[in-house]
Design a protein around this ligand. Structure first.
Ligand code: ADP
Ligand code: MG
Length: 327
């Protein structure tokens, strides 16, 4: 078995980009198709607005309460593709680290509300507010009460780079959504929705065209509900003089898996000419029973059963794809 590290918010919210990840994941969980992230790094403020299903009054009152909102009933739920949230503690932790305000109006609801929470996650202000269906979460004065954490962070420019990286990771896993990012009231970038990830990648790797990429899908008959989705750069067309670009995701979440990354790299290196570099996005759909749960779901790691099996399948899939591209 291999330990796989989830690149996710996790144990701690330690940066602006970690806040962005949590809020954007909540928007995706709410079914949003348009997500606008606004940052004012100098003011330690982040706002995420979405057109998702919104929250009713009950949800809003509970949203930041301690341990009351977890959608996870069992550890297997953790990997249901439909839900990224699983600890029910992001908003609660945010109230201990920052000022939290939420505007939300449920789809089909007549009214929206503005709610302000105190540092224990309790509602201290609740008013009717005229907003469109969806949710706007604003986190301000992040880390105001822990100056050491602020001092440990890189410059605003570097933090914005980190935010961009996180939005790109999320977009690769959820391409059918518009992501717009603003910094200090100016639009920084937008990732347009794409039907498929290979249509989205050129927005992230501007030197790459969609026709440079090849998508293949491998269903694993022996493992129920398990699918290997692979997008690779064609060796004759692209990725000259660029570093390797290898990303791995499982069930909608980007992961860090040195072993799988190594498997991908060696498969490419056998075929690629010297001056070409791999481009690969591997997205595994794995039935939750194939994953060995770490006892503590707040931890950002899981164990993959039968890693050698996966490595063989992935190598085969890449070899096949590279061979097809030579024809
Ligand atoms: P989790 O995502 O693990 O459930 P969070 O603390 O991130 O925990 O969110 C708490 C709850 O608040 C969510 O379960 C969800 O019901 C609600 N919520 C948060 N953000 C949104 C949003 N953008 N749209 C709709 N509901 C939301
Ligand atoms: Mg969440």
């Amino acid at each position: 078995t291999e330990v796989v590290y989830l690149i996710t918010a996790g144990e701690v919210i330690d940066s602006l980009s970690a806040v962005v990840r949590e809020l954007v994941e909540n928007s995706l969980d709410a079914g949003a198709t348009r997500i606008v992230v606004s940052l004012w790094p100098q003011n330690w403020r982040v706002r995420v607005a979405d057109n998702g299903r919104g929250m009713n009054l009950d949800d809003l009152q509970q949203a930041a309460a301690a341990h009351s909102t977890s959608k996870i009933r069992s550890s297997a739920d953790l990997w249901k593709i439909t839900s990224l949230g699983f600890r029910g503690e992001a908003l609660h932790s945010l109230t201990t680290l920052a000022d939290l305000e939420i505007f939300s109006r449920p789809v089909g609801g007549n009214e929206g509300y503005q709610v302000v929470y105190n540092e224990s996650g309790e509602v201290v202000k609740l008013e009717i507010a005229p907003i469109a269906p969806g949710t706007v979460v604003t986190v301000s004065n992040l880390f105001a009460n822990c100056p050491a954490r602020r001092q440990g962070l890189p410059t605003p420019a570097q933090q914005m780079k980190a935010v961009q990286g996180i939005i790109q990771q999320i977009a690769l896993c959820h391409p059918q959504v518009t992501y717009q990012v603003w910094q200090n009231d100016r639009e920084l970038f937008t990732i347009c929705p794409a039907a498929t990830v290979e249509q989205l990648i050129p927005q992230i790797l501007p030197q790459v065209r969609q026709s440079d990429l090849h998508f293949c899908q491998l269903e694993l008959p022996n493992l129920e509900k398990s699918v290997i989705n692979l997008v690779i750069g064609l060796p004759d067309r692209c990725h000259r003089h660029r570093p390797d670009w290898v990303k791995v995701a499982i069930n909608g979440r980007m992961i860090k898996s040195p072993e799988l990354e190594q498997t991908i790299l060696s498969a490419f290196h056998k075929t690629l000419p010297r001056d070409r570099y791999p481009i690969c996005f591997l997205h595994l759909a794995i039935s939750p029973d194939q994953i060995n749960w770490n006892r503590n779901p707040a931890k950002t790691e899981i164990y993959l059963n039968e890693i050698t099996f996966w490595q063989e399948q992935i190598t085969q899939a890449i070899n096949q794809a590279l061979r097809i591209s030579e024809v």
